[in-house]
Write a protein that binds this ligand. Structure first.
Ligand SMILES: C[S@@+](CC[C@H](N)C(=O)[O-])C[C@H]1O[C@@H](n2cnc3c(N)ncnc32)[C@H](O)[C@@H]1O
Length: 268
């Protein structure tokens, strides 16, 4: 177990996340009997599903043994419905599952296994889903292209400079204007603000190697359509302003910020 796994497990087990995970549960048909939570982490979503759709079985897969052995469990859940595995390898027969849920997972695969691992994973998800089966994705979303002007405190601007030296995915560029207004691309701002919590933690290094702006809803929908899915729902969850308030980040902004996360469901 690494310190970063322990810290990630604590974050993923935070009960405040139930609020937005509920949006995923709401999209799952109540008649679903076999649900697969790919990259299940500590299983907070499995818990919510089992509580609300009791006749279903939810199988969780994760590559991390630490996550699998630190599940948040209810009496209805047991370790038999967990499997250790690394996507794109999915250890199920084709045409065997009603629903696959992928929460904050595909962006990680894209980042750490590259485009091939990402596309192969989508292909494997399609293989194991039954005809008419459903994929529900909740993930980080790209706010799209373009710049925005935001007024941050001097200490936040200092942190932004720190982020500029730490972030390893791409060069971060911004311009400080009079009165602490800062001009920055939307993507750079999103990666900064959604990773600020990791500064100085055991997760800092991992977070600096991963982007939180993997795709827009439109881009993910296009990819899923190309891979043979029929997208039937695209939305955002968690107002970005609420996210910033949660971290007590004060700001003024010229323009609007898209939601913190993306939620997409698609049938085959
Ligand atoms: C950000 S966490 C999200 C966990 C969980 N879905 C949630 O939202 O609470 C991503 C999880 O995916 C797992 N993971 C990342 N890449 C994976 C892969 N290729 N195969 C299996 N698990 C993977 C990690 O170990 C981690 O537990």
């Amino acid at each position: 177990m690494s310190a970063s796994e322990k810290e990630m497990a604590q974050l993923m087990g935070n009960k405040n996340r139930k609020q937005f995970l509920q949006k995923v549960v709401d999209l799952i048909p109540k008649a679903a009997t076999r649900i697969f939570d790919i990259g299940c982490g500590v299983g907070l979503l499995r818990w919510l599903i089992v509580e609300q759709i009791p006749q279903t079985s939810v199988i969780g897969m994760d590559m991390s043994w630490y996550m699998l052995t630190h599940q948040v469990i209810t009496p209805n859940m047991n370790y038999l419905s967990l499997v250790q595995g690394i996507a794109p390898n999915i250890p199920f027969k084709e045409n065997s599952l009603d629903v696959v849920v992928a929460i904050l997972f595909l962006s990680e695969v894209l980042c750490f296994s590259g485009k091939k691992g990402f596309f192969d994973t989508i292909k494997q998800v399609k293989r194991v889903l039954k005809d008419g089966g459903l994929l529900v994705v909740l993930d980080h979303q790209s706010p799209g292209e373009g710049n925005i002007e935001i007024r941050l405190s001097n200490s936040m601007i200092k942190k932004l400079r720190q982020f500029q030296t730490l972030f390893q995915v791409r060069d971060i560029e911004f311009e400080v204007l009079p009165n602490s207004w800062t001009r920055i691309t939307l993507c750079d701002l999103y990666d900064f603000l959604t990773k600020i919590w990791s500064f100085g933690t055991a997760l800092e290094d991992e977070e600096m190697q991963e982007s939180h702006t993997p795709f827009t809803g439109e881009e993910l929908s296009k990819i899923l359509t190309q891979k043979g899915f029929s997208v039937n729902f695209v939305d955002g969850v968690v107002e970005f302003e609420d996210y910033l308030r949660g971290y007590k980040i004060g700001y003024q902004i010229k323009g609007t910020l898209p939601n913190r996360f993306l939620i997409v469901s698609a049938k085959i």
